[in-house]
Ligand binder design. Sequence first.
Ligand code: AVI
Length: 318
Amino acid sequence: MDTGLARLHTIETPQGETFAAALLEGLRKSPKEIACKYFYDVEGSQIFDAICELPEYYQTRTETALLARHAAEIAALMGAGAEIVEFGAGSLRKVRILLEAASPQAYTPLDISGAYLGEVVRALAADYPMLTLRPVVADFTRPMDIPALAGNPRRAGFFPGSTIGNFKPDAAMALLRRMHAALGGGGLLVGVDLVKDPARLHAAYNDAAGVTAKFNKNLMLRANRELGSDFDPEGFAHYAPYNAAAGRIEMYLVSRRRQSVTIAGERIEFAPGEPVHTEDSHKYTIESFREMAARTGFRPRAVWTDPERLFSLHWLES
Ligand code: AVI
């Protein structure tokens, strides 16, 4: 039996892949960019949790309802006594539905933010005292070798929230291939946001309360906190249009004026109106996602969607 003090296991990222190095590399480019994985420090993860509660952000409640409605079927596909491996675990809320329905032997949540993972795992451990919990701090955009648990239970992957959409299609396929390898023959349950009315998509990333803008700007505040840089977040505008031709939301921080910022002793200049690309959020049709997944070693099997076809859940077999 594991306790609430489940220790964080860390899969190290390669040397030199620090936030400072990645930030400077992205801001020296033209056009400028910051990788979206850097959104998720403790503050950013908490702001993302607030996004999930927004009336405009239909993804979380639609996916949660799908999980609840089809939990028994999903549990049967995962099989009893499995090790559920969750990629990019975040708040660990959705997995509770699977923990109740599938009675896994073990749960291995992977997340890039060790501090946040430690916090949420403690709460989960208190509620599931019989579950073997093995939180892993890992960047799943890198190769991941998750050590086997004693008894080598069958793995079932869980990748909710349409995080797959934050990767360009080539990178998404490479990621699915890495997951296929990491699951060692187990299946993967993946949540995928669907193409829909552009106005609905636009509203989801441009909420009235400004929480998504705060999430976007947290990248700069994080740099100020961690690296002592001097970004003025008011000097940048949140801009998140839907590119219908590419089927994706594109997120930017746009400089409102000529300004410079000093990061780790290096001065970066911003022209008025200059964008910094911070995220893409690709939307798929059910068919286009299944076609893509079929090219990564998985066999797409069951798929569930809501009556409005806002969101989809896919069971991919190895
Ligand atoms: C985590 N990911 C799937 C979210 C999305 O919808 O692309 C991140 C996000 N960005 C802005 N709002 C939410």
